[in-house]
Design a binder for this molecule. Sequence first.
Ligand SMILES: O=C(O)CCC(=O)C(=O)O
Length: 277
Amino acid sequence: MAIFQHGFDFGDLDMASSAPSSSKLSSESSLAHSASSQTLDVQHANSVAQQDVAAPSQSAPSQSAKKQSGKNQSAKNQSATDCQANPLLPPVTFIEGFLSAKQQQLLMKDVEDYPLERVEIEVYGKKHLIPRTQAWFGDSGCDYQFSKIRISPLPWPRLLGQLRDKLRLEHHFDSNAVLVNYYANGHDCMGWHSDDEAEIVRGSAIASVTLGARRDFVARHKHHHTKVNFALGSGDLLIMHAGMQQTWQHGLPKRLKISEPRVNFTFRHIIPHFYSR
Ligand SMILES: O=C(O)CCC(=O)C(=O)O
């Protein structure tokens, strides 16, 4: 661990500047997706969801979530909500304040140099440009295919590699590739989907780190269609555990009043050389 942290300039930065924020989890089984109803219902729904998460023996973040954040130098600035024990909620751990303000700033600057692309995909035989830009980084051989497009990974940018190390160190989360999605404003979005492509190690977790504008990340159960909203803010981490992709879909709806950019990194575990085997 000492070796990891030595020269780990990303982690060496002042972690104390990471400010805590209130929990932004809401259950919206009966909510429409308008920005105003989201805002109105967050408080009420939040307490419902928190009760669900909390009852009866999890009235605080679970022991495992506490243990995880306890390992972090900035643990005092983090708050973790572990939904894994509640079958009505998606199996996720939501960690607010995972990145300090300084780390967010450095990463945001780094993103400016990424070769972000607006790729064209085919849906039901029609070609569309995706409503966001993206880049794919990873270890060699970690190709990724979606909507009939296959992309090979670019080498890890230094800071993103450090972010991967931070996830490994603090959350025992291993990954070999990351998808970067850049949403220029609230018009950019991502539709309902599951990250269940064949090259993703089945049952592996996916870690999502957010920078920039706070946006609603909505999970929808594939069978009973319950929706749960996570208002992900800058520096937050959402770990989607085993079962999430098989049982729930997720998406990032448009929020037309938002004019600020948002960046999201989803760290994944890909089967290397899957397409050349
Ligand atoms: O931007 C987000 O938070 C969602 C990203 C996502 O769903 C994905 O990369 O599969």
